[in-house]
Design a protein around this ligand. Structure first.
Ligand code: PLP
Length: 407
């Protein structure tokens, strides 16, 4: 008989599922976070692409405060005018006709997956249940999301894999063609720019090819733009860079609420035709408080001036990081990503590098493939970006010394 694992009670009584940095903050302002250690940190994590308009953005603070004094929650058994307004804005600005609001990214993905299977069911093809996902992808932590992404680190130990999820290698076009043509295939799900996987952008030509392939076989295309969407790449949604490659269904969250928990599943009327009364629902999703913040965040992010700033800042960061790559070829392997979803693939261990960056009072996020990610506020100034680059440079210098010492 296998030996039972011993239980330990974490000192903080919080379930020990996170690998946390030894840091806490008491307040934030724009791109700065003020630590309980008395230090000020330059934030290139932004809650992992979530506080996309900076900390304590005055317009968002005003929106949430105003709504907090009026009405927080009523239930989706009533009409919610703020929800209808945000749905109108999102659909006007995208391929979609309808929106379902959630509280998180993984719930938006859950809704996307259910919408896809239901579509085929009401079309008289209930056998179409297979969802094709890609290695290195991340779609959140519900059972369906971890099965769609297929990362064994997130599925092992949780019982049998759910049926109907197929994983393909990133970039294996032949396998993809074969899988999409299978009569049991319902949908393909992918992130136009992989986030957790290490800021890997799918080439535009591949997105267009995938769109055409899905059309040919009556398969639905789902984009997970939870991380890449809402201005992060310098367009409202990352797939817009590819032109004729709009999805049928799309999951959005993170920046949608500027740090307030809001997610959304967007779909064409055709793709959502199975989602009729009773097919899905949520207690909190789309409540007036979340929608008030979402509306304000949307109006800032969808402003062409904000998107142009993201593109400019991305150009600056990319150029500067390429310079650091030349300077520290022993530390930096590659610069990747799109817009302000930037990845730096390292020779040094990425977790150790994050600690070196923290020593410089710079916060960066980790990512797959030994990357660190820079996901700053979309409103970060060029001066702040230049400070971030200087701090990154200083962290590289220490990493280089360490690598030399270890050699
Ligand atoms: N999809 C992608 C692409 C993500 O990056 C994430 C979170 O990092 C999720 C889904 C899950 O979002 P949430 O943690 O809000 O459930």
């Amino acid at each position: 008989m296998a030996e039972a694992a011993a239980a330990t009670v974490p000192a903080d009584h919080v379930m020990a599922v996170y690998n946390r940095a030894p840091l806490a903050f008491e307040r934030g302002e724009g791109a700065r976070l003020y630590g309980t250690d008395g230090e000020v940190y330059l934030d290139c994590v932004a809650g992992i692409a979530t506080t996309a308009l900076g900390h304590a953005n005055p317009r968002l603070v005003e929106a949430v405060t105003r709504q907090a004094g009026k009405l927080w929650h009523v239930s989706n058994i009533f009409r919610i005018p703020e929800q209808e307004q945000l749905a109108a804005k999102l659909t006007e600005a995208s391929f979609a006709d309808v929106v379902f609001f959630t509280n998180s990214g993984t719930e938006a993905v859950e809704c996307a997956l259910k919408t896809a299977r239901k579509y085929h069911s009401v079309n008289g093809e209930p056998e179409r249940i297979d969802v094709i996902g890609f290695e290195g992808s991340f779609h959140g932590r519900t059972y369906a999301s971890v099965n769609a992404a297929g990362n064994p680190g997130y599925t092992d130990g949780f019982g049998p894999r759910l049926p109907g999820y197929v994983q393909l290698a990133f970039g294996d076009h032949d396998a993809l063609k074969e899988a999409v043509a299978a009569p049991t295939t319902a949908a393909v799900i992918l992130e136009p720019v992989q986030g957790e996987g290490g800021a890997r952008a799918v080439p535009d030509v591949c997105l267009r090819g995938l769109r055409a392939l899905c059309d040919k076989h009556g398969v639905l295309l789902i984009y997970d733009e939870v991380q890449s969407g809402m201005g992060r790449t310098g367009k409202l949604f990352a797939h817009e860079w590819a032109g004729e490659a709009a999805p049928d269904i799309m999951a959005v969250a993170k920046a949608l609420g500027g740090g307030f928990p809001v997610g959304a599943c967007l779909a064409t009327a055709e793709a959502a035709k199975g989602m009729t009364v009773g097919a899905h629902g949520s207690t909190f999703g789309g409540n007036p408080l979340a929608m008030a913040v979402g509306l304000e965040a949307f109006s800032i992010i969808s402003d062409e001036a904000t998107l142009a700033h993201v593109r400019d800042l991305s150009g600056y960061f990319t150029q500067q990081l390429e310079g650091l790559k030349q300077r520290w070829p022993d530390v930096i392997v590659d610069i990747r990503g799109r817009g302000l979803l930037l990845g730096v693939k390292l020779h040094s261990n990425n977790r150790e590098f994050m600690a070196l960056a923290r020593d410089q009072k710079l916060l960066v996020a980790g990512g797959g493939d030994n990357c660190v990610r820079l996901l700053p506020s979309l409103l970060m100034t060029v001066e702040e970006a230049s400070e971030a680059v200087r701090k990154f440079d200083a962290a590289c210098a220490v990493a280089s010394e360490r690598l030399k010492a270890a050699a």
